[in-house]
Design a binder for this molecule. Structure first.
Ligand SMILES: N[C@@H](CCC(=O)N[C@@H](CS)C(=O)NCC(=O)O)C(=O)O
Length: 435
């Protein structure tokens, strides 16, 4: 061939199967000439292609450095490229057993993912009308089932095989992407992040953030950091001995040492000394503890974050940094038995507003976020037991998922300078508005 590249790749711009071959060729630094066939015009059925690929589908490759060796079926191509050219095993595995597992996933991708997801696309989008609801639903359900298989496996391990990203993982990427954006976009109640967290990963680390966690509960910190790490994300934590001004400073200093070359761009505060008691039963110590944790430590946290933001240039959203104070309705209205928490949240709201106004012209975005919801975390189960939790959470619309809250924070962090939220109030749709 006159193009002088090692491979000729018959592919298309509009279908997922060819892209995985391009990903792998690029990862391995191999040169190729892509020929993007127009499927609508039947170019893939033309003898100029079918003489190489009797199946008349893309992708197909010709290896000009191996006697014009021809191979088709996307996963057969991936395996060929890995076995022949990934000698350092950058994106493939070495031992016999691991290779068999790699093959297992490649077979599953072709037969269980590609074939079924493709049928969903045919009945829902590409094929001729009428759109048959029973057919669309069947394949949508199959996509959800396959997502469940992958999510279950990836909840326990970082990658499908060999402890690293391999051709097995790469083979699934494009169809997953198409399914989320085009096939399940109108499926009732579908929420990728919420329903398949291991496939999707936690929101902030998923958006490229390193996650630096601070808490007084070391076990929780360890679990969360491990979960993020096993999902291939970067995370570190600092366990404070108590919530106070000095410990906030220590935590920030620690993270700066651990990540000397990274920037602090977003800081989220969520601390509450949640004491609920009749007013006359409260002790001086209860109030003092709240002031130390909610107010003084919150103030220290905000100072550290603002100092770090001020050293940076504005990012692509036009801000040096984003600081959020997580709060509650008690920050706006007091209620019986809430003298401690409400006083703390009122103070936090005042702090948030003053900091927001003082640093807006430094391009630092500060938001006060009220979250009024039963948040679906294991913590409630531990506190009140399985039965209570099951009863309280049975109605989907009365509860809030942490991933949905995280999504709102991401949205705030990415707002451009023309519309900054200064206060947000989040509730599940059927919240009973007792407050
Ligand atoms: N199992 C095959 C599927 C190939 C396939 O269906 N390719 C699509 C484009 S993504 C195609 O060529 N469709 C054209 C047709 O069905 O006529 C592979 O993974 O390579």
């Amino acid at each position: 061939m006159s193009h002088g590249k090692q491979f000729t790749l018959y592919t298309t711009a509009y279908g997922p199967n060819g892209w995985k071959v391009e990903f792998v060729l690029q990862e391995l630094g191999l040169t190729y000439e892509p020929l993007y066939l127009k499927l609508k015009e039947g170019e893939h059925k033309d003898p100029s292609h079918t003489k190489y690929n009797p199946n008349g589908r893309i992708p197909t490759i010709i290896d000009h450095h191996n006697n014009d060796f021809v191979i088709w079926e996307s996963n057969a191509i991936l395996f060929y490229l890995a076995e022949k050219y990934d000698t350092k095993r950058k994106i493939s595995v070495d031992s016999f057993e691991e290779k068999m597992i790699e093959q297992q996933w490649l077979f599953f991708q072709a037969s269980g993912q590609g074939a079924y997801f493709g049928q969903c696309g045919w009945f829902k989008i590409v094929g001729p009308p009428p759109r048959i609801p029973a057919a669309i639903e069947r394949y949508q359900k199959e996509i959800l089932r396959v997502f469940g298989v992958l999510d279950g496996v990836l909840a326990k391990q970082e990658w499908l095989v060999g402890g690293k990203c391999t051709i097995a993982d790469i083979s699934f990427v494009m169809w997953n992407e198409v399914a989320v954006t085009k096939f399940l976009n109108d499926y009732p109640g579908f929420d990728f992040e919420r329903d398949f967290p291991a496939l999707c990963r936690r929101e902030f680390s998923n958006h490229g953030y390193i996650v630096a966690l601070i808490s007084s509960n070391e076990q929780n910190l360890q679990n969360l950091a491990n979960e993020l790490k096993s999902a291939g994300r970067e995370a570190a934590y600092y366990a404070v001995s108590k919530y106070d001004y000095d410990e906030m400073h220590n935590a920030f200093e620690y993270f700066k040492r651990v990540y000397p070359n990274d920037e602090i761009r977003a800081a989220l505060w969520n601390v509450t000394e949640a004491v609920r008691k009749p007013f006359l039963d409260l002790k001086k110590e209860d109030m003092q503890k709240m002031v130390d944790a909610d107010v003084v430590a919150g103030f220290g946290f905000a100072q550290e974050a603002i100092k770090a933001f001020k050293q940076l240039e504005p990012n692509k959203y036009g801000k040096r940094g984003f600081l959020a104070f997580t709060s509650a309705t008690g920050s706006r209205r007091g209620a019986p038995n809430c003298a401690i928490s409400s006083t703390g949240k009122f103070a936090l709201r005042a702090l948030s507003q003053t900091v927001a106004k003082e640093f807006k012209t430094d391009d630092i975005h500060v938001s006060h976020v009220i979250v009024d919801a039963l948040i679906l975390t294991e913590r409630w189960k531990v506190l009140y037991g399985d039965e209570w939790y099951a009863e309280k959470t049975k109605d989907e619309k009365h509860r809030t998922h942490p991933a949905s809250i995280a999504k709102a924070y991401i949205y705030l962090a990415q707002q451009d300078t023309s519309a900054w939220t200064w206060e947000l109030d989040l509730r599940p749709s059927h919240e009973n508005w007792t407050w």
